[in-house]
Design a protein around this ligand. Sequence first.
Ligand code: GLC
Length: 425
Amino acid sequence: MKRLGKTVVHGMVAATAFAAFVAQAATIRVACSGVGQEFELCKGAAQAWAKKTGNEVQIVTPPNDASERLALYQQLLSAGSDKIDVLQIDVVWPGLLGNHLLDLKPHAKGAEKAHLEGFIANNTNDDRLVAMPWFANAGLLFYRKDLLQKYNEEVPMTWDDLTAVAKKVQDGERAFGNDKMWGYVWQGRAYEGLTCDALEWVVSYNGGTIVDKDGTVSIKNQNAAKALQTAASWVGSISPTAVLNYAEEEARGVFQAGNAVFMRNWPYAWSLAQGDDSVIKGKVGVAMLPKGGTGGRNAATLGGESLAVSKYSKNAVAAADLVMYMTSAAVQKERAIKGSFNPTIVALYKDAEIITANPFMGELHGTFTSAVGRPTTVTGPRYNQVSNQFWNAAHEVLSGKAEADEALGRLEQSLTRLGRGGKWH
Ligand code: GLC
């Protein structure tokens, strides 16, 4: 009996220890997006965390298209699903998804103070830090240094300059061998990415930010119309008609194959263009997007991504630990060097290795600090509807289905109704 009892006790001890081990070794499901090197780098860092902590990670890939990704998250989160623990979220989503996300403040323990202040403010909902900043984005103009030199042209300062230079180089290259050459590639698909591009055009022509800070809809104006009409003139001329269905990766595909003079994209495109297998390695420059004429300004839309923990996660503590690791200075540095993802930790902009790998992060610092935010704060829970209507109106103009004046007139009316005379929230 005594022996048996002892065995049982031992067995119980072992079982308890095993249960504790199982409870500690969590499996965390991480939704990493897959644009460019995003998936690879996200997976690598998540696995490094798993190895360090004895947990496991499973990587799931939501769609690359930001708008499709949002729809999927909304569906999962509104059903209270625990299928995803950690979510990569866009800078424009904390207001839309915040109620479903864990407050990370107690887990960050002050680490958030090292990040860009604006990003932390953006990710704070009613005093809750709903996501940790991961990387910052701003729209950039990528150009072929070699081709500008060959045609004795400068980096364009205005959209009219860009249009002329793109046409000249495109025609010249087509006449001498590369009949696939295009002047300018960008994001023209009807999705969040078009909101980013079109906002840049509109702001660069001093056409406002769709909805003003005080809640007034301001998109129906001559400058905004001029901006959209200018972009529409590129389609089928310096930009392929297929641009109407391009997201980031389609534009990069054309540029990186050596078939475009200019490209609008986010910073991630730099490290890929500079990769050993890239035919344009060493031939690419990065500049601010052009101004809308002499009275206009350079405008880059502010983008970026954060990591958040679902409130419905069964392993919230481990998931939050993973998020803190993935957004740490060491991981952000690695991602900046390998993937040209702009850090959100301020001190990393003084890191010589990061700046050497990505000269534009130093040279174009002002582009990032002055980047234009989308009207998320003022429109709150209605931001996605605002953006959706804006990108549809822009897409109609680009595809020649409507004149800019007409499309913006309708958009203004519809947004005014949606905003109930300024009462967006
Ligand atoms: C990038 C940006 C994001 C933007 C999206 C549009 O992912 O980080 O802010 O909404 O592109 O495609």
